[in-house]
Design a protein around this ligand. Structure first.
Ligand code: SF4
Length: 444
């Protein structure tokens, strides 16, 4: 049996698409192995969101080829879509496939005999708009979590972002298909299904409140599962979605909401679709409606034109927000974006200093959020891995929990009391038997 190794860089959407590619290989008689287990074929699904992501891609390809010079190397994904020439120039790469072609990999790969020069198949961006590759992925060997792609592409024009060029315009799976595929995942035993896309809130953008309507159908499906939304733009998080999350325990009490800057001046330069006060009002509303909600925030530091004052505005803005953690990105110039032409370039060392400050703030926010949850009763979905005699899982509001390993906890929703935390991990006491007890205690 031939062996394939797959590697993914970037977002959850890419992970779910790599998983779909992996399924194609299995259907074609391949076994999936680690890249240090002498694969015959190596597939790298790339990301282009920062310069670093592209650098990492080139490094990985070179490393894999050093270890497996005979392997047939395929590089696909957003970086391949936008700068295929850079990848094709790496000696040893056999096939470069764009965002559309990655779902028909076997049509392009032939018999996987190594090429002298890389062959490149990349459709123009306009052609991406007519394709939607089905994809869902899961934790390697468990049925704990599945990432389920319901949307692709983006019509927004954030001035720093190349994703719309790499993935085309916004398009979605039909509601009917989404319900069918979601039900299949539930029937396969997946306990947490994470809705993913480039801009999930834009799901079926031409219909009113389509994501809410889909969620309403999904929570009605019978089974033991919960739903998490991977990330949602603030202007697309509707009151109805918030209400549904507040009232239905199948919805995780967790949102990841990109902010990018707390300065309305910078938000305007970024061409984001809201001002800072809209964002803070939204967060206040969510926190008021959903008890113990966990909110994550994306922020970019060092965007062109961001002065010390603008950065401190962002810092103080976030300091006052009741959010749980930050994902901080240092701005990096991307070709073909508006931002690359902008004045007021921030020195790279200064960008990193700002990133560092926000990462420290993130740790503080997390500690406050964790402290607030001490002795709270939560439902944890435990995973499959045993590590140093312990087992880990997440609460609905995205707190990482650990306890002593027991086979009975694997892939189960278990009621716990959060007792004490150390860094990112909470210890807990298992509450024996039942959601009923948990609900009684909550209302007591
Ligand atoms: S919303 Fe903005 S940042 Fe997000 S993918 Fe679309 S253009 Fe890029």
């Amino acid at each position: 049996m031939s062996k394939v190794a797959l590697h993914t860089l970037g977002c959850k959407l890419n992970f779910s698409e790599t998983s779909a590619i992996g399924k194609q290989f299995i259907q074609n008689g391949f076994s999936i192995v680690n890249h240090d287990n002498a694969p015959d074929v190596f597939v790298l699904n790339t990301c282009t969101v920062t310069e670093n992501a592209e650098k990492e891609c080139r490094q990985i390809v070179r490393r894999v080829l050093r270890q497996n010079p005979e392997a047939f190397v395929i590089v696909t994904g957003c970086y391949a879509q936008l700068r295929s020439d850079q990848i094709a120039a790496i000696p040893g790469v056999d096939l470069v496939l764009g965002s559309k072609e990655k779902f028909s990999l076997f049509e392009f790969a032939g018999d996987f005999s190594k090429n002298k020069l890389a062959c490149t198949f990349v459709s123009p961006t306009e052609e991406l708009n007519s394709s939607f590759g089905f994809a869902s992925s899961s934790d390697a060997d468990s049925r704990t979590r599945a990432f389920f792609k319901i949307q692709d592409g983006c019509d927004y024009k954030c001035s720093f972002c190349t994703i719309p060029l790499a993935r085309g315009s916004s398009r979605s799976m039909s509601e009917q298909d989404a319900v069918i595929q979601f039900t299949e995942l539930v029937n396969q035993g997946y306990k947490e299904i994470i809705l993913t896309g480039v801009n999930v809130g834009d799901y079926r953008k031409d219909e009113d409140n389509a994501l809410y309507l889909l969620l309403k159908k999904l929570v009605e499906i019978k089974g033991d599962f919960r739903i998490r939304i991977s990330s949602i733009e603030p202007n697309l998080l509707t009151d109805e979605i918030i209400e549904l999350t507040a009232s239905n325990p199948k919805m995780c009490k967790h949102f990841h909401i990109p902010l990018q800057s707390g300065s309305s001046k910078i938000l305007k330069l970024m061409q984001r679709r809201y001002k800072a006060n809209f964002y803070s009002t939204l967060i206040t509303k969510i926190v008021g409606k959903i008890s113990d909600v966990g909110i994550g925030v994306d922020v970019i530091t060092g965007f062109p034109g961001e002065t010390d004052e603008d950065f401190m505005e962002t810092y103080n803005f976030i300091k006052d927000l009741p959010v749980a953690y930050l994902h901080v990105f240092t701005y990096s110039e991307r070709p073909m974006t508006k931002a690359i032409e902008m004045d007021g370039v921030v020195d790279v060392a200064e960008r990193r200093r700002r990133t560092n400050m926000l990462r420290i703030l993130s740790e503080k926010k997390k500690a406050i959020f964790y402290e607030r949850n001490k002795y709270k009763l939560e439902e944890v979905l435990f995973e499959n891995n045993q590590e140093d005699g312990s087992i880990k899982g997440f609460t609905s509001n995205y707190i990482r929990v650990s306890t002593s390993f027991s086979e009975e906890l694997v892939n189960k929703f278990v009621n716990v009391e959060l007792t004490d935390f150390n860094g990112n991990l909470y210890d807990c006491n298992i509450i024996p038997n039942s959601k009923i007890l948990l609900n009684d205690l909550k209302t007591a």
